[in-house]
Design a protein around this ligand. Structure first.
Ligand SMILES: CCCCCCCC/C=C\CCCCC/C=C/C(=O)SCCNC(=O)CCNC(=O)[C@H](O)C(C)(C)COP(=O)(O)OP(=O)(O)OC[C@H]1O[C@@H](n2cnc3c(N)ncnc32)[C@H](O)[C@@H]1OP(=O)(O)O
Ligand code: FAD
Length: 669
């Protein structure tokens, strides 16, 4: 846990003493409220103090043991949730701090939301109480061996048989096997299965169905159902705790009322009826999960930066030419220029995640009132932010590993496992490239409508300011001028809009729209990224403009916001220059200001990661320990490896001894 107990020495106390802000209030700004800090703190400590939830040996467990350990932890977590009568908020946090991917993530994260979003009231009344009490375990079975990104290309069929009032679920080809769903392989008893609905001889496309897969008596697969795990995945521990599965149906019958019928229905006679709602609502569960993934990006990146900042503050290498103590690696400007933008990104993703949650809730209320006008905005924001934040987070975790030098490569640093667990977020819930192309298409549509005078709304409203943004000139003359939120906002808006307009013009020159979109797809990706980065920067600026209590807290957040924005200017300078939004000199001034901001951030760095309020258990890293006492922990940890169980390794007699004896004989010749 944290320092302060009897006999503990805080090796980072000097770092903590230089902080220029109230860490306790920063915890509130990070978590969202005092209540959020307190609940999270209580749940994190509850998990950390329970031996069942230990995870220090996780990367050393063989797959079967790891999976059993996951089942044990999930069951124990549920027992604690029931015994302590935890609220939904507390239960979610408890599961978060258990920090082991498992079937429960899909049960609560996708199966339940799919029924809530796509089931009728009657269906919800029947299925949700069973799911809430874990009398059934569910997963989300959409992806197939042959198709994942292209949902409309799925092959599984659900053919209605009016004679028996049933659907017949079938996997007609090998490529139609469901492949990847988490929790499917070994744990789930039920799934929401996405399949092509066929009735009266006509294919009505993809729909969701609740299908029982395993017996509730002995957990064996039901007749006609083939089930299994799809095999080991990248990294030690990591996502291998999850039973991503394969599923095939051989003419499995389910009652008609197990089709999720909120959006469309099939009558007893087999007639297909589509409610008067957009068909994209079928994708609602994915939109919901993409929104939660943005919030998770800030958690994963903040963990990695917490480890790298604390370790960089205690690690020393080289010293001044004149002699004296070695230098903390955090004092190297190169270390700061690699690490501080990641720290700033963690904060940026936290606040944009908070805003996205608000947007999602707002859109949901509108949908309930049959107002579908904000559906496109919700799709573009969730898809784009999911793509940009997960890619940056995965890259950022790997950068943090390198920032920790050789020790970062040890499993005990926590970083290899964090990376291996996190990196599939770039693929699941929509491959990031596929999602960015969705955003770009919407941007191209918006640009094409500008000429007709249609005013864009929401996060695209800035595009309506086209006359000004296409010709404005950045007014920055000194490095300090870059501290103006208005100057930052304007260059990001101008860059995003000009890139979008340029791309739209190039598409229009192609023989057809389709060909243009295809040929220019690499440029379209960059257009989408520029637009999404503008959203993140804007939401960070808006956050800093709010009333934020606590001495120095607002100043630190403003500093982080500027670091985030100017780092992006530096990284994407080519975009800003080629679109004529700013000059090379202004680019150099931005970089100069960035260097000053890093220097201001330096004395606050350790306190800024303390504000995440992570326990040592959750961090799971000897390098990121709160007390900074890294070396004894690294040394002790090494001896726990099974390879050190005996001084002479297994295999010595068969493979080392004969070799060594042979060398001995040869040397005697
Ligand atoms: C140590 C440990 C710590 C680490 C922390 C770990 C954190 C873990 C966190 C969470 C765990 C999560 C677990 C993840 C489990 C994963 C689950 C999955 O992956 S489920 C499967 C997901 N699959 C996908 O996402 C598929 C992606 N594909 C699609 O979404 C669609 O196929 C498509 C690409 C959008 C294309 O669809 P389609 O062909 O139907 O449409 P288009 O012709 O492109 O578009 C038609 C119009 O529809 C609009 N549209 C598209 N999608 C939507 C939408 N979702 N909402 C609203 N509108 C949409 C589109 O814009 C078009 O509009 P118009 O142009 O016609 O106006
Ligand atoms: C750990 C993990 C957990 C998962 N959990 C679930 C789950 O619970 N339930 C579930 O249903 N699914 C799950 N999935 C599946 C996941 O949703 C898909 O893998 C994902 O949607 C990507 O689809 P794909 O695998 O078909 O990739 P593909 O689409 O085959 O992508 C391969 C490559 O092609 C590119 N590409 C594809 N289409 C285009 C295009 N139009 N333009 C340009 N490039 C393109 C991609 O960018 C990528 O580089 C999971 C996947 C993983 C890795």
């Amino acid at each position: 846990m944290e320092a302060g107990g009897a006999g503990e020495v805080d090796h980072l106390a000097g770092e903590r003493a230089t902080a220029q802000f109230d860490v306790d209030h920063m915890k509130v700004a990070w978590a969202g409220s005092r209540h959020a800090v307190d609940v999270a703190d209580r749940m994190a400590r509850l998990v950390a103090s329970d031996p069942v939830f230990r995870k220090d040996n996780r990367t050393m467990l063989p797959r079967k043991e790891l999976f059993k350990d996951t089942l044990r932890k999930a069951a124990h977590a549920w027992k604690r949730i029931v015994e302590l009568r935890l609220t939904e908020e507390e239960a979610n946090l408890l599961r978060l701090y258990v920090d082991q991917p498992g079937y429960v993530d899909l049960h609560w994260g996708m199966f339940v939301p799919a029924i809530k979003g796509q089931g009728t009231e009657e269906q919800q009344k029947k299925w949700l109480p069973l799911a809430y009490k874990f009398q059934i375990i569910g997963c989300y079975a959409q992806t197939e061996l042959g198709h994942g990104s292209n949902v409309q290309g799925l092959e599984t069929t659900a053919t209605f048989d009016p004679k028996t009032d049933e659907f017949v679920m079938h996997s007609p080809t090998l490529t139609s096997s469901k492949w990847w769903p988490g929790g499917l392989g070994k744990a789930s008893t039920h799934a929401v299965v996405y399949a092509r609905l066929i009735t009266e001889g006509k294919d009505y496309g993809i729909h969701g169905f609740i299908v029982q897969l395993r017996s509730l008596e002995d957990h064996s697969p039901l007749p006609g159902v083939t089930l299994g795990d799809i095999g080991g995945k990248f990294g030690s521990g990591a996502y291998n705790s999850m039973d991503n599965g394969v599923l095939r149906f051989d003419h499995v019958r389910i009652p008609r009322d197990q089709m999720l019928m909120r959006l469309s229905q099939v009558t007893k006679e087999g007639k297909y009826v589509h409610s008067n709602v957009p068909k994209q609502l079928l994708y609602g569960t994915m939109v919901f999960v993409r929104q939660t993934i943005v919030a998770d990006a800030s958690k994963a990146l903040s963990r990695a930066t917490c480890i790298a900042v604390r370790y960089s503050a205690m690690r020393k290498q080289f010293g001044p030419q004149t002699g004296g103590p070695e230098t903390q690696v955090l004092n190297y400007k190169t270390q700061q220029s690699r690490l501080f933008p990641l720290l700033a990104s963690a904060y940026a993703f936290r606040f944009v995640g908070e805003w996205l949650k608000w947007l999602y809730t707002d859109v949901t209320h509108k949908l309930e009132a049959k107002d579908f006008s904000t559906l496109q905005e919700a799709h573009a924001c969730t898809a784009g932010l999911k793509a940009v934040t997960t890619s940056a987070t995965a890259d950022g975790i790997e950068e943090c590993r390198k920032l920790c030098g050789g020790h970062g490569y040890l499993n005990s640093s926590g970083l290899p496992e964090l990376f291996a667990t996190y990196v599939p977020a770039c693929t699941y819930e929509g491959d990031n490239v596929v999602l960015l192309l969705q955003v770009a298409r919407i941007l191209m549509k918006t640009v094409s409508q500008l000429a007709s005078g249609k005013q864009p709304v929401g996060t695209m409203a800035y595009m309506g300011n086209v006359q000004y943004l296409m010709q404005c000139k950045c007014g920055v003359n000194t490095a300090e001028d870059w501290l103006s939120p208005a100057a930052i906002r304007e260059v990001f808006e101008a860059r995003a809009l000009r890139m979008a307009v340029n791309c739209a013009q190039n598409i229009n020159r192609a023989p057809s729209q389709e060909e243009g979109l295809y040929e220019l797809s690499p440029d379209l990706l960059e257009v989408a990224v520029a637009h999404i980065q503008l959203i993140i920067v804007t939401k960070f600026i808006e956050k800093v403009e709010q009333d934020i209590p606590g001495e120095g807290v607002k100043e630190q957040l403003r500093n982080l916001c500027n670091v985030y924005a100017l780092y992006l200017v530096h990284k994407h300078l080519g975009d800003f220059l080629s679109t004529g939004c700013m000059t090379a000199r202004q680019g150099a001034l931005a970089n100069q200001q960035l260097g000053k901001l890093y220097a201001q951030l330096r004395p606050n760095a350790v306190a800024l990661v303390d504000a995440f309020n992570y326990t040592d258990h959750y961090l799971g890293s000897v390098l990121g320990r709160y007390d900074g006492n890294v070396y004894p922990a690294l040394y002790d940890e090494a001896w726990k490896d099974p390879l050190n169980d005996s001084p002479v390794p297994d295999g010595y007699r068969e493979h080392l001894r004969p070799l060594l004896k042979q060398q001995l004989k040869l040397s005697r010749l």
